[in-house]
Structure formats: C-alpha cells, structure tokens
Ligand binder design. Structure first.
Ligand code: PGA
Length: 249
C-alpha cells in the first residue's frame, strides 16, 4: 500500500502561484516510486491550471469540497463531475473547517461521498475531535459518529481513505503525540475492519494537524499511519518536499 502525502492548500495560491509551485515541485517528485502517492487539494480556481500542469505526472489532485450534483442552479458551487472531467481523481470531504465554518453535517459528508464516487472521484473523509471533546473524554465517540454517519451505505469504489485531524492540532503548531495518533488510528482501523471486512486493508488512514518536516518522520511511526494531510507546510515546495523525503527514506 502506498503512503499518501496530501497537501491541503485551503484558500491560498493564485493560479500563477500554483504554476510556479508546480514548476519547481514536479522535477523533485519525478523519481518517486509507487510506495509514495502525492495528492494536492487545490482551491477550485486552481483546478484548471492543475489539470493542465499535472496531467501525466506523478502528482494527483482534487478539490477541497464539492456540491453533490452534476450541474444545476447552485450559485457559487463546484461540480464533482466537472472536476473529474478535467482530471481530478480525489476529493477532500468533511474537512473540519467545512464543518465548523460552513456548518457541514455528517449527513452532508455522506451525500458528498456518494456524489464524488458517482462521478469517479475517490473521497478522503476527514474526521477529528475538538479540544473540548478531547478534554471531556469524547474523542472515540466523536470519531465513531463521524465515521458511521459519514460512511453510511458507502461501498469502496476506486479508493476511499480517511484523514484523522484533531481540530486542536490544525494550524496551531500543536501536534498530537504519537500515542494519541496511534490510539485514534487504531480505533479507526478497527471501525473500518468491522464495516468493510477484508477491503478495509485498502484504506489509508492519514494524520493531519501541524505536520512539518521536523515531526513527519516521528509521526509516521505511529500505529496505522498511512499518510499525512498537510496544510501550512504544503504551501512551500521545500517544506512539502522535505515531508515527502522524510517518509520515503
Ligand atoms: P495544518 O493543516 O497542517 O496547517 O495544521 C492541516 C489541515 O487542515 O488539513
């Protein structure tokens, strides 16, 4: 199974900046083997430049959110069908910023997963507890609800992966300890095995939350870590590539 290193650019980078990033990043990842898979989750405005520049390279890309329909009167939204048509292969679903800032519910993540699968994209579902939930001992309950509602009636089509991102570790510089990551990832793995039986072994569980070049090597030793979802440190070629290098050694 490949180790996935995914970038979440959030609402950063103009198309010109994205192009500049690709020009220095692509030569560096040219020699990666199938043990490492690189995915960039780009702002929708950068979908077209990603489509043109990443075609035929080792780097996959996808949107950070979609509206669950092929087309229609949905002002301001983006279709998974269009993303797939121009070469996206993955879609990020249920990122904690979507949940907390835009009120996205577990039911909505479920509908979005079904929709991206319908149009041939592979979803990466983000789950994770807030600081308050962790402090009150609810981490496992929260993960269980997010997974069972988000994955309700879902089958694995092409690929399906999970990203565990404790909300208190996102963009804060505060990283979960390897023990905390191991505990959450082992619970997620057990949930997936109960739900998908043998097929669960094809699912990577990514960790996200202040992943940096300095901590990536240690975090990759936590149990059941099959990838990273990187925000801030994915915006610069050097730091993002250092993370890839740390896990390919
Ligand atoms: P961060 O973001 O690496 O900046 O903490 C991770 C994410 O939000 O996916």
């Amino acid at each position: 199974m490949s180790f996935i290193v995914a970038a979440n650019w959030k609402m950063f980078k103009t198309p010109i900046e994205a192009e500049t990033f690709f020009h220095s990043f692509l030569p560096q990842v040219e020699s990666l083997d199938e043990k490492t898979k690189v995915i960039l989750f780009v702002p929708a405005v950068n979908a077209w430049v990603s489509s043109l520049q990443l075609k035929g390279t080792k780097v996959s890309w996808g949107p950070q959110n979609i509206y669950p329909a092929k087309e229609g009167a949905f002002t301001g939204e983006n279709s998974p069908s269009v993303m797939a048509e121009i070469g996206a292969t993955y879609a990020l679903i249920g990122h904690s910023e979507r949940r907390s800032l835009f009120g996205e519910s577990n039911d909505q993540t479920n509908v979005k997963i079904k929709s991206v699968q319908e149009f041939g994209l592979s979803p990466i579902l983000c789950v994770g507890e807030s600081l308050e939930e962790r402090k009150s001992g609810k981490t496992i309950d929260v993960l269980k609800t997010q997974l069972s509602e988000g994955l309700k009636d879902i089958e694995i089509k092409k690929e399906l992966h999970i990203a565990y991102e404790p909300v208190w570790a996102i963009g804060t510089g505060e990283v979960a300890t390897t023990a905390q990551v191991s505990e959450a990832h082992q619970f997620i793995r057990q949930f997936l095995q109960e739900k998908f039986a043998d097929k669960a072994s094809k699912i990577n569980i990514l960790y996200g939350g202040s992943v940096k070049p300095e901590n990536s090597s240690e975090l990759s030793t936590a149990k059941e870590v099959g990838g990273f979802l990187v925000g801030g440190a994915s915006l610069k070629v050097d730091s993002f590539y250092s993370i890839i290098e740390a896990v390919t050694k």
